[in-house]
Design a binder for this molecule. Structure first.
Ligand code: ADP
Ligand code: MG
Length: 357
């Protein structure tokens, strides 16, 4: 097991103008950790992963495996196992021949190779599949062969780039549980790339949320969900309302903001946003934390239902509060509630969190 460190890593592509694909990224991935780069398409996830693998060299900054500086080392000298979206298997070879690939390059002897192939196929729950042809396997099985091929060389780090994207929804959920189990059992440090926030939340020990080549926040799924550092993170992870509210009083860790209609509530505010009395605060509140009542309830924000969608588990509403659309997810709604009805929304201050100024 080994930790991976990125120090002020940037990547500029020669013909891509001035903007950096990856811009001054600092990360430390712990030994044995399942660490995910999460962000929208084009934010620099693959470029970061490829620099760790050695397929791209950083324009500036250092990359270390443990105490070893690997910044300028070629991919085949880094001991990384890679898994891609498109499997990249050899379709005309058997499962065992595919898994053997990295061992051949490393000139591992026959007996030892057979033992390690069997072990790797066991790890991914494909024991006995060695002689099958790749095209006789389902997509999920093929992706597990790709995982076995990466693991068989006993890599120091496992690098996975959107490995579930080609699978259908149900298989994706099953396979993500499998990948997580295999990574924990093998103890290999894993760097995982996805644009799917639910996948990242379900699989990761920690997540780095990226936007425009930069890391906006690093934390556990819980920290990122409950304490988003910016309004981008709040909106990208799950769903969130981000309300712009006047600051009535500002303290070191909390501020008092005024809700539409005049109710003043204290909310937690990280000092780095530098909120001032008389300024505005961007306040995040999740749709599922808002409760729905009647428009005449004391302390409730009066609003009008503009959209209503029943999903089975919850009802998703859009409520117009003084011209601001507010998303609400309610488990229970009054019978017969319809678009156009007046409602009252209760925003719990302990669930509100400042994400910006
Ligand atoms: P992601 O994996 O998050 O979707 P990428 O790392 O692939 O994003 O891309 C980040 C940015 O770098 C994008 O703007 C992309 O167009 C650019 N980019 C990626 N690879 C290259 C390349 N080989 N040459 C030029 N620009 C690139
Ligand atoms: Mg990518």
């Amino acid at each position: 097991m080994i930790d991976v460190t990125l120090e002020s890593v940037s990547k500029r592509f020669p013909r891509a103008g001035d903007t950096a694909a990856v811009d001054d990224v600092d990360l430390r991935i712990g030994a044995g950790e399942f660490f995910t780069l999460l962000g929208p398409s084009g934010c620099g996830k693959t470029t970061t992963l490829r620099m760790v693998a050695g397929f791209y060299f950083p324009s500036s900054g250092r990359i270390r495996f443990g105490t070893e500086d690997v910044t300028n080392r070629p991919p085949n000298k880094r001991d990384t196992g890679m898994v891609f979206q498109n499997y990249a298997l050899f379709p005309h070879l058997s499962v065992a021949q595919n898994v053997a690939y990295g061992l051949k390059i490393r000139k591992v002897g026959r007996a030892e190779a057979k033992r390690r192939i069997d072990e790797a196929l066991g790890q991914v729950h494909l024991a006995g599949y060695g002689d099958r042809r790749i095209d006789q396997l389902s997509g999920g099985q093929q992706q597990r062969v790709a995982l076995a091929r990466a693991l068989v060389i006993r890599p120091r780090t496992l690098l996975l780039d959107e490995p579930l994207s080609n699978l259908d929804a149900k298989l994706r959920e099953e396979t993500r549980v499998e990948i997580r189990r295999i990574q924990k059992e093998s103890g290999t440090t894993a760097l995982y790339v996805t644009h799917d926030q639910a996948e990242a939340m379900a699989m990761s020990d920690r997540i780095a949320v990226m936007e425009s080549g930069r890391v906006r926040q690093v934390g556990t799924p819980q920290e990122i969900y409950h304490r988003p550092a910016t309004s981008f993170v709040a909106r990208f992870i799950g769903r969130s309302n981000v309300l712009s509210l006047p600051v009535v009083t500002a303290g070191p860790e909390r501020v008092t903001v005024a809700l539409p209609g005049g109710w003043e509530v204290p909310v937690a505010a990280p000092a780095e946003h530098g909120l001032r009395e008389g300024g505005t605060a961007l306040v995040s509140v999740r749709p599922e934390h808002i409760t729905l009542g009647s428009a005449t309830d004391e302390g409730a924000l009066p609003g009008r239902v503009t959209e209503l969608e029943f999903t089975g588990m919850a009802t998703n509403l859009l409520v117009d509060v003084a011209g601001e659309p507010v998303q609400v997810a309610a488990i229970d709604v009054p019978a017969g509630l319809a678009v156009g009805d007046q409602v009252g929304l209760r925003l719990p201050p302990e669930r509100m969190w400042v994400v910006g100024a």
